[in-house]
Design a protein around this ligand. Structure first.
Ligand code: FDA
Length: 314
């Protein structure tokens, strides 16, 4: 599908969803949103890489991010894409790069989330997480996508391997996957995402609920209540994974920068830990266009936010 949109328009739109081109922009946004009680996860924007030099750029930039988080006393962790570290170009070098950033974060008791890309890298991404855990680097967790048929089996398998050290982000999944391997319409995607939330909680894993959608958030709230979990209740899970600073009592809510701020603030006011995903980087144009290509419904959401801002305030 060809997406034609003037650069100025994409730039105008992305100002709301991307912190800016520089790390300093991300720090500024986080300092501002800290006052609303939010915590964060930082994503350095980039396109698919084609050389190991580009992977080196990501490693060094994320090292700067860790330093900036510490220096500015920010309540933030990292979101990385294994492919940006070279995993598909040269597995060994890719793993070395990922291990380097995970080790650095580990030294500061900082968590690293492996973002999930499309189904071609699901196995690799889960494998990276498991290998890090085998090396004692338990500050790493993956994202699972509710829309994929495989996710419930993945939760079972991961539980067998690392038990309650599992730490997930669960989301619907941004990539429009083939119908042979995924749900493709709204209600089944919501139902499958909610089933994953239940299964993760029952497995005793830490669960980051990443959605702005009421049927998912409301389900999560009642699923937590049923299990005696909630704000200001100590993590009730027996033998819960390693307690880390920056974590909620067994769960947290997560939202994208610029999306449904009032809902996020409401959850924070009720005492839930709420994390904002903060993308920044020079590649904001490519990132925005690629996301639109991957899932054109984002265009509708952005247009709605543009024309009817009261439906989705930042
Ligand atoms: P839904 O799409 O129904 O959105 C509900 C409402 O929220 C919309 O009507 C709109 O108002 C608003 N909204 C949602 N997304 C918006 C956007 N991008 N711009 C403007 N408004 C928007 N996916 C993935 O495949 N791999 C990953 O690693 C991640 N990581 C991730 C982290 C975090 C913190 C979040 C919140 C989401 C992701 N996602 C993701 C994306 C996720 O899979 C999903 O595509 C989006 O969150 C949209 O789904 P919702 O559940 O929010 O519902």
């Amino acid at each position: 599908m060809t997406i034609r949109m003037p650069r100025w328009f994409v730039g105008w739109v992305s100002r709301r969803y991307v912190a800016g081109p520089k790390l300093e922009d991300a720090v500024k946004v986080m300092s501002r949103l800290s006052k609303e009680g939010a915590c964060f996860t930082v994503d350095v924007l980039g396109e698919e890489i084609s050389t190991l030099e580009e992977a080196q750029f990501f490693l060094e930039e994320y090292q700067r991010v860790v330093t900036a988080i510490i220096d500015n006393n920010l309540d933030s962790n990292l979101s990385i894409k294994p492919t940006a570290f070279g995993l598909l170009l040269d597995r060994e070098r890719g793993m070395e790069n990922i291990e380097a950033i995970v080790k650095m974060a580990h030294g500061h008791d900082m968590f690293v989330r492996l973002d999930m890309e499309d189904h071609r890298v699901t196995d690799d991404t889960i494998q990276v997480m498991l290998e890090m855990h085998e090396k004692g680097l338990t500050n790493v967790g993956v994202v699972l996508q509710g829309r994929l048929f495989r996710s419930l089996d993945d939760i079972k398998e991961i539980k067998e391997k690392i038990g309650q050290n599992a730490d997930y982000r669960i989301c619907k999944g941004i990539y429009l996957e083939p119908e042979s391997i995924s749900h493709t319409s709204r209600q089944p995607i919501i139902q499958a995402t909610n089933d994953c939330i239940d299964s993760m909680l029952d497995a005793g894993a830490y669960v980051g609920i990443a959605s702005h959608d009421y049927p998912v958030i409301n389900h999560a709230l009642s699923a937590l209540e049923k299990r005696g979990m909630g704000p200001n209740i100590p993590d009730p899970r027996k033998n819960a994974g390693p307690a880390r600073k920056q974590k909620g009592p067994g769960y947290e809510f997560q939202m994208l920068l610029g999306v449904r701020g009032p809902l996020r603030r409401k959850l924070t006011a009720k005492g839930h830990r709420t994390r904002v995903y903060i993308p920044y980087g020079e590649k904001w144009y490519e990132y925005s266009i690629r996301r639109l290509k991957e899932n054109p419904t984002i265009g509708t959401q952005v247009a709605k936010a543009f024309l009817m801002p009261w439906t989705n305030r930042p």
